[in-house]
Design a protein around this ligand. Structure first.
Ligand SMILES: Cc1ncc(COP(=O)(O)O)c(C=O)c1O
Length: 481
């Protein structure tokens, strides 16, 4: 029987439903925006009952709510429209979850895509994203990857001297070949802007965030980007390269950030470098402030909303430009976690339990560190609910263990749940970012399927791996047979 008594609701998984807080941004919610408890006391997302999804698509299962993802994309765009007086472009940082469907949804909402490898670039292109809306990052792009990016015609965010010099050589070769082809067809494109390799320069701005604190230093110990004291030399070099088209500057100060001040501080630092770049004949057309807005993984997390974050960033950039008399560049930001993180839950089936008297009760599920490596890697905290017992009082304190051969494979320590038995469906919240994209086959577990849910319909977007998939890349030399 479903209780609607407020005290019971507070002490049940219903407290996590976003319908109770419609005013909040997706990144401030633990469950996707469409999460509801139905008359069977069972969790629904996107109008689909979670237990039915598990029956149909298997377990564990990533369940991605299209409405939440689209809403987050729209909130970024609408806030930029409201608070930034110039042109803008939101990019989805696809490292958070790269697959065809997610890139296609982001692109259909007008977003570009930030990629950090040939694989992510290939995925974005195959999803139909226009190359000029793809930005290629990375501190050690290979020659193959650089050639791929040049030929695809995407933007390259140059990270270091080696890459810059390599890019000059590769671009010259590519453009020479192209010009030979063009000469054959009597169309000379050799020096046209479109043929040049479009670049941004990434630098370390001297602002470093560790989630709940940040520091400002002159020089940062970071593997990414040019050190600021290299920039004058870099600007001189870039201004002399006929094969490169300089578009602008990039900086990214960290991830899962709740503070506003670091983003306010970043703006004048970046704009000062815009002004310097212009003095080398390199006007900054695009200014990319990176991503980093945090999300709520537990009730204790209190990130700014998407709108608040954009307002801070946009107003700070516009004010710094006005102060320094720098023309307003196109403002780019590249959120990952805050777009996709809250849109997904992972559903697991509960299996064995182990009671260690007076110490702890372990409840084991059919996945773990292979589908969500964040708890073992970063000691990340999560919340979970039993999808088929949404109103049941949370009377037990238990620890959710994965099934891997690793003592540290614990998904959630000391969480409040109702009495739980084998076959119950446990839903871990806010697993859209850095879960599937960091998943592995550790212990030769097949990676889970993912479904996209919307308006009562569910469509697979990632097939569940099979045992045959696990062997696909294996080779057995004949002498071993
Ligand atoms: C360069 C860059 N841009 C964007 C992002 C996305 O950050 P987030 O997912 O925190 O928004 C990252 C993440 O580490 C990054 O390194």
């Amino acid at each position: 029987m479903v209780s609607t008594h407020p005290a019971r609701v507070q002490n049940s998984a219903r407290q996590y439903l976003s319908s109770d807080r419609p005013d909040r941004s997706p990144n401030q919610q633990l469950l996707p925006l469409t999460a509801r408890a139905n008359s069977q006391d069972s969790l629904e997302i996107g109008g689909c009952e979670v237990t039915a999804l598990v029956q149909q698509f298997g377990s564990p299962l990533y369940i991605l709510d299209e409405n939440t993802l689209r809403t987050a994309c729209q909130q970024y765009r609408q806030a930029l429209e409201r608070y930034y007086p110039g042109a803008f472009q939101v990019l989805y940082a696809s490292k958070a979850w790269s697959c065809l469907a997610v890139c296609a949804i982001a692109a259909s909402e007008g977003l570009g895509i930030d990629v950090v490898s040939g694989g992510e670039l290939y995925t974005a292109l195959q999803a139909g994203v226009s190359p000029e809306k793809i930005y290629f990052h990375g501190n050690n792009k290979s020659v193959d990857e650089l050639n791929f990016a040049i030929e695809a015609g995407c933007r390259i965010v140059v990270d270091n001297w080696w890459e810059l010099q390599t890019l000059v050589n590769l671009s010259a070769t590519y453009q020479q070949q192209k010009s030979n082809l063009d000469a054959a067809s009597e169309t000379a494109l050799w020096t046209s802007t479109e043929t040049k390799t479009q670049i941004l320069l990434r630098f370390t701005p001297g602002i470093e965030c560790h989630t709940h604190e940040y520091i400002r230093t002159g020089h940062l110990d970071s593997k990414f980007g040019f050190d600021p004291n290299q920039l004058d030399e870099v600007f001189t070099f870039v201004s002399q390269q006929p094969t490169l088209q300089f578009l602008g500057l990039h900086a990214h100060i960290g991830s899962q950030i709740f503070e506003r001040q670091p983003h306010r501080d970043l703006a004048p630092v970046m704009v000062e470098w815009c002004s310097k770049a212009a003095s080398y004949g390199l006007p900054v057309a695009e200014l990319n402030v990176g991503g980093g807005l945090g999300i709520s993984y537990t009730e204790a997390d209190d990130p700014p909303s998407i709108e608040e974050w954009v307002k801070e960033v946009a107003e700070a950039v516009a004010a710094a430009c006005q102060e320094r008399q720098v023309p307003l560049p196109k403002l780019l930001c590249e959120p990952g976690r805050s777009l996709i993180g809250p849109a997904c839950v992972t559903a697991y089936t509960v299996g064995s339990q182990k009671v260690v008297p007076e110490i702890r009760t372990y409840i084991a599920v059919d996945g773990g560190m292979s589908d969500n490596p964040r708890p073992i890697t970063y000691q990340s905290q999560y919340r979970a609910a039993i999808a088929n017992k949404m109103s049941a009082p949370l009377t037990e304190t238990v620890t959710i263990a994965g099934k891997h051969c690793e003592s540290g494979d614990i998904l959630i320590k000391d969480i409040k749940l109702p009495p739980t038995e084998a076959g119950d469906i446990l839903v871990v919240m806010a697993t859209g970012a850095y879960n599937y994209s960091m998943a592995s086959n550790y212990n030769r577990l097949a990676r889970p399927a993912a479904v996209l849910v919307n308006n009562g319909e569910a469509h697979p977007i990632l097939q569940r791996e099979t045992y045959q998939d696990l062997l696909r890349q294996d080779c057995l030399p004949e002498r071993l047979i």
